[in-house]
Design a protein around this ligand. Structure first.
Ligand code: FA5
Length: 365
């Protein structure tokens, strides 16, 4: 028979001796204090607080002790492990802050440094073409005039010999601005700038007015409800249709190259008399074998817009004496000119705002 179990003394189980537990705790806390970054702290955590750390192994020994010894040993190991965990948490917090600060310094981006990686934008070709057209007139000594896009009905129509009952008033489908009795429209053409100029200035007048205009036209390959026109107006003594023809010949040569023939076709506009549609010979096929030409589509000619000698009724309405002065005017679609110059088949491409379209034109200054 074996004798009675002797009293268990935890001092006899080496890993549970107070000095051993303290040594493990102190070694762990010292290692934690040594950790220089989060990576090394992770390693130290595994070594001193992980499942196979000395304190975890000591903890496992507790279960093997007789019940009366477990409490004290358990407290001792538990306190040591708690102290190590606290040291780990404190060091972790400090190292995380250091880490954040280091990242802010190391990964700082100097947003003021110059870079060539940003894709360059480009100006819209309608804008650059409008400016180019304006330059052509400025080089002839003309001035550039502007008017509002929300225009008085009277200036858009009545002053231009388009009275309320004039059948041609419906030629241009109009956006009327509310309230309905305000007498305001989105200008349907740039011609009201003519009237504004004559009403505010004495002749001689030589002006070009590029600008945006609006009509309730359905969108299709050649029409848009918002488009651009350039208006020209000359009022001076002795101005004739010949001056108009010479001016437009110069404009087409400057835009499309020398040797472009132009022609007038009889037309009707209430504000000019006589009136004409101005065509220029197709600058691609030059009228030779037009059947195969994609630009003029077999016509041999390209229509640029309307023109004529300013109707004396318009001169009178705008305070200019028709016995002293005569003048000519014209109005061309800038978007259509752009289409011809660059073989753009669909006007919608011009207005859809796709940068792949505008960037093809590059930056024109
Ligand atoms: C006029 O607007 C007259 N004010 C032009 C004028 C001025 C004649 C001075 C005589 C004297 P018309 O409605 O034809 O005319 O328009 C002129 C040009 O604008 C057309 O030739 C065409 O190039 C362009 N245009 C007209 N409607 C549209 C549209 N919906 N989308 C794009 N371009 C258009």
């Amino acid at each position: 028979m074996s004798g009675p179990n002797s009293e268990y003394d935890p001092v006899e189980v080496t890993p549970l001796r107070a000095d051993e537990v303290e040594a493990m705790r102190d070694a762990a806390i010292a290692a934690v204090a040594e950790a220089t970054d989060l990576e090394s702290l992770k390693r130290i955590r595994l070594e001193h607080a992980g499942d196979r750390s000395p304190l975890a192994l000591a903890n496992r020994e507790i279960g093997a002790l007789p019940p009366q010894a477990r409490k004290e040993a358990g407290q001792r190991v538990g306190q040591a492990r708690g102290a190590v965990n606290q040291a780990l948490a404190r060091r972790q917090a400090v190292l995380e802050v250091e880490h954040e600060e280091r990242i802010l310094v190391e990964e700082a981006v100097d947003v003021t440094l110059p870079t060539d990686r940003r894709p360059r934008g480009s100006r819209h070709p309608v804008t650059t073409l409008s400016e180019r057209i304006a330059d052509i007139f400025v080089s002839m000594g003309w001035e550039i005039a502007e008017g509002p896009q929300a225009e008085a009905e009277w200036l858009n129509f009545d002053a231009l010999n388009l009275g309320p009952d004039h059948p041609a008033r419906t030629m241009q489908d109009t956006f009327w601005l509310a309230p309905s009795d305000a007498g305001l429209v989105l200008r349907t053409h740039t011609s009201p700038v003519q009237a504004r100029t004559m009403l505010t200035r004495e002749p001689p007048i030589y002006i070009a007015c590029p600008g945006r205009v609006y009509r309730t036209d359905e969108v299709d390959a050649t029409h848009s409800p918002v488009f651009h026109q350039v208006e020209g107006l000359v009022i001076d003594k002795g101005i004739t249709m010949a001056h108009l023809k010479g001016t437009l010949d110069h404009l087409t040569a400057a835009l499309f190259g020398e040797g472009i023939t132009t022609r007038f076709r009889p037309s009707y506009f209430p504000f000019t008399e006589p009136s004409a549609e101005m065509d220029m010979v197709c600058f691609v096929c030059r009228g030779v074998d037009p059947e195969a030409c994609r630009t003029c589509r077999g016509e041999g000619w390209i229509e640029l817009g309307g023109c004529g000698v300013v109707n004396p009724r318009v001169l009178v309405a705008c305070g200019v004496d028709p016995d002293i002065y005569t003048g000519f005017a014209f109005g061309f679609g800038i978007d259509r000119i752009l289409m011809f110059r660059h073989n753009i088949e669909d006007l919608r491409d011009v207005f859809e705002g796709d940068v792949r379209f505008t960037s093809a034109f590059g930056v024109e200054i």
